[in-house]
Design a protein around this ligand. Structure first.
Ligand code: SF4
Length: 371
């Protein structure tokens, strides 16, 4: 073993990669599967606790590898029950995840990048610019940390994961695919594919790859039904205009007859008229889909205004009259800047964070007890 080589973070590895890693150390493949189960079931990060591995092998692992976890986190609770987590990464960058409890589910909104290069004009993350991609481990550790926090605070299990936090997940494609693999592996976090949703602003080539390589749900941020308005809101529309995007959605490989979810943020006077609703209906005529409407959460110095409830209902009615399935999403966590488009990693030093809300990640033993 080369001692100058940096240690491998095993949370960066899928089951298949972990098996290959273990084989490269001269051990049989089933040891890789055993280690994966230790990492994700009881949340072990210390090789010494992997009691069904030989002592010598555990020593070899400790020399060459480690298992990361988020130790430096801050938790802020919204009046409406949403919980925002800020995690400080090893290089000092901060990312955020949001837990959204509902009657029948606990959804975690995870980040895939620090900042975002896509520059959507209504989104605070977009104003940060792009800092870097998250590693697979940094994506996975958001889920592990929140799962442990929720168990320790009797909030129940996580049921759904949505890639709608900071960053464009399809722009960090390989790590996204690896993270999804760890989420869905039985010895990993064991989520069903239908409980995972990837949301994109419309990176057409990667959408096709996602459909080929996974069976997760796809959500597309649409926000306008004509190219001029969409380009003014989402610069990516210049590269992949609506005709191309909608064709990619129409041919997206959805197994089990799932439908694409279109996200449409309503901005007063920009995309919320009756004519806009009709245009949207015409655009989506040939795509099996559902539509989520959300009145904009004004963020930062944004001049966008939220339309009133009557306008949102009217927009929904026009679409429903054209036989679309349309939901109105309520913003969650606005009071802690955790709502859609409000994540910018700025909560760390916020004075409004109650010291009592700062929660250390539980130790592996505590996690073991809870589970
Ligand atoms: S809406 Fe999504 S893709 Fe657009 S800037 Fe924000 S994080 Fe990036």
């Amino acid at each position: 073993m080369n001692l100058n080589q940096p240690k491998t973070d095993l949370k960066n590895l899928t089951q298949e990669q972990l098996v290959r890693y273990v084989e490269s150390l001269g051990h049989p493949s089933f040891r890789g599967r055993q280690i994966l189960a230790w990492i994700y079931k009881p949340g072990i990060t210390d090789f010494a606790q992997m009691t069904d591995l030989a002592k010598e092998f555990r020593a070899v692992l400790a020399e060459s590898a480690f298992i990361s976890r988020f130790n430096d986190s801050m938790v802020e609770c919204s009046r409406d029950g949403a919980v925002k987590f800020a995690f400080r990464l090893d290089d000092g960058e901060i990312i955020e995840s949001v837990l959204i409890p509902e009657e029948d589910r606990n959804t975690l909104c995870v980040s895939s990048q620090v900042g975002c290069a896509m520059g959507c004009t209504f989104c605070l993350t977009g104003t940060m610019g792009f800092r870097r991609n998250l590693t697979t481990a940094e994506i996975v550790n958001q889920v592990c940390a929140v799962r442990d926090w929720a168990l320790a605070h009797e909030k129940g299990s996580l049921t759904n994961i949505v890639f709608m936090g900071m960053g464009e997940p399809l722009a960090n494609f390989e790590r996204l695919i690896d993270a999804i693999s760890i989420f869905t592996e039985q010895r990993g976090l064991d989520f069903s594919n239908r409980r995972i949703t990837v949301s994109t602003c419309g990176l057409v080539p990667q959408m096709q790859l996602l459909g080929d390589q996974t069976d997760v749900n796809l959500a597309v941020s649409l926000h306008a039904a004509d190219d001029v308005v969409r380009t003014s809101l989402m610069p990516i529309n210049k590269r992949y205009p609506l005709a191309e995007l909608i064709e990619a959605c129409r041919t997206y490989r959805q197994k089990r007859r799932k439908r694409i979810m279109f996200e449409y943020t309503l901005l007063e006077g920009i995309n919320d008229s009756d004519a806009d609703a009709e245009k949207l209906a015409d655009l989506l005529l040939t795509v099996p889909c559902k539509i989520n409407l959300l009145a904009v959460n004004p963020a930062g110095d944004s001049t966008y205004k939220s339309p009133g409830p009557a306008r949102v209902l009217r927009f929904q009615k026009i679409l429903r009259d054209r036989d679309f399935t349309v939901f109105i999403r309520q913003s969650r966590g606005e009071d802690i800047s955790a709502a859609c488009g409000q994540l910018a990693g700025k909560g760390w030093d916020a004075e409004k964070v109650e010291p009592s809300a700062v929660v250390a990640a539980p130790t592996p033993t505590e996690v073991g007890k809870e589970s």
